[in-house]
Design a protein around this ligand. Structure first.
Ligand SMILES: Nc1nc2c(ncn2[C@@H]2O[C@H](COP(=O)(O)OP(=O)(O)O)[C@@H](O)[C@H]2O)c(=O)[nH]1
Ligand SMILES: [Mg+2]
Length: 289
């Protein structure tokens, strides 16, 4: 992952020159960011932070330039806040609602999170609250069985909120640790579906609402997610399909434009293909020492 960004940064930052012209290098950095899926708005913000750090100096030592770049990227990431800790939540059951447009990987991610919690000794129940899409209940039932966690489901077309409610009830009765609520993908234009999603949230009163986003997401989709999901509200992001995104810069745009922390990144279709997003790890991958 992230090879493209790393190689491009390396190719300009490991040059022979010791003292470099800041404006030329700023331009190169912008180009690299743009060609790695970072939005113009976010690339500009990174360069602007760098400029402030270098406080108008025209020539600078390569090492200082590199440090300014790294610190600026870190600032963008940190401005989104710290990701909430999933394990060791005192509240029981800890209720997590997953939102996201169809096909982003919500259901797969729920299975991964259930698997992660199970590996850490936590007991979980899944609520099959995507009652809208044909095949959704069967898909999540198969995944739940594979992970080895119980699932609460009703018939297709039934009220998603009541499925969530029943799952929470189930967790309380059995003293389970977590409830993971799936939901149907929502289109911006569909008011009814939006109201339904708000109702799930009202009824289930989640302790954490996670927006699942596809790393291949374009600028339009980021704006769409922003305007749409802002109405329902969410606390953190899981970015899926990082394995298929050769460019890897979308993380910056998402953190910068949505201003919510990224908790995990999805790195494949398997149950174990998810890693905790660690800003230091990410930065050291794209900008090695
Ligand atoms: N390569 C890859 N594929 C993923 C990842 N997460 C989900 N997918 C795939 O994306 C497709 C849609 O996933 P699904 O969970 O059904 O999306 P949902 O509609 O949001 O619930 C499936 O084929 C998943 O296997 C990931 O991290 N990497
Ligand atoms: Mg789904």
């Amino acid at each position: 992952m992230f090879e493209n960004l790393r190689k491009r940064f390396q190719s300009i930052l490991s040059g022979k020159e010791n003292v470099i012209k800041v404006d030329e290098f700023e331009q190169e950095i912008t180009e690299i960011l743009l060609s790695s899926d970072v939005s113009l708005e976010t690339a500009d913000a990174i360069v602007e932070l760098m400029r402030q750090r270098l406080s108008g100096i025209k020539k600078v030592e390569m090492n200082n330039f590199r440090m300014a770049l790294r610190d600026s990227m870190a600032e963008i990431i940190n401005a989104a806040g710290n990701a909430p800790e999933l394990l060791n939540q005192p509240k029981k059951p800890y209720v997590i609602l997953f939102l996201g447009i169809n096909g982003t990987g919500k259901t797969t991610t729920i299975a991964k999170v259930a698997n992660y919690l199970k590996q850490n000794g936590k007991r979980t129940v899944i609520a099959a609250s995507d009652t809208f899409r044909a095949g959704a209940i069967e898909q999540i039932s198969i995944l739940a069985e594979r992970v080895g966690v119980p699932i609460i489901k009703h018939a297709q077309g039934s009220d998603p909120s009541s499925v969530a409610f029943d799952a929470i009830d189930h967790a309380r009765a059995r003293n389970l640790d977590y409830v993971l609520i799936d939901s149907a993908g929502r289109m911006q234009t569909n008011r009814n579906l939006m109201e339904e999603m708000k109702k799930i949230k009202r009824v289930s009163k989640p302790d954490l609402t996670i927006l699942v986003l596809d790393a291949m997401i374009g600028q339009d989709a980021i704006s769409q997610a922003e305007s749409f999901f802002k109405e329902v509200g969410y606390d953190a992001i899981i970015l899926t399909k990082m394995d298929t995104d050769a460019r890897g810069g979308a993380i910056f745009s998402i953190l910068h434009q949505l201003r919510k922390p990224v908790m995990f990144i999805g790195t494949g279709q398997g149950l174990d293909d998810m890693i905790k997003f660690d800003p230091e790890w990410y930065l050291s991958r794209i900008l090695p020492e």
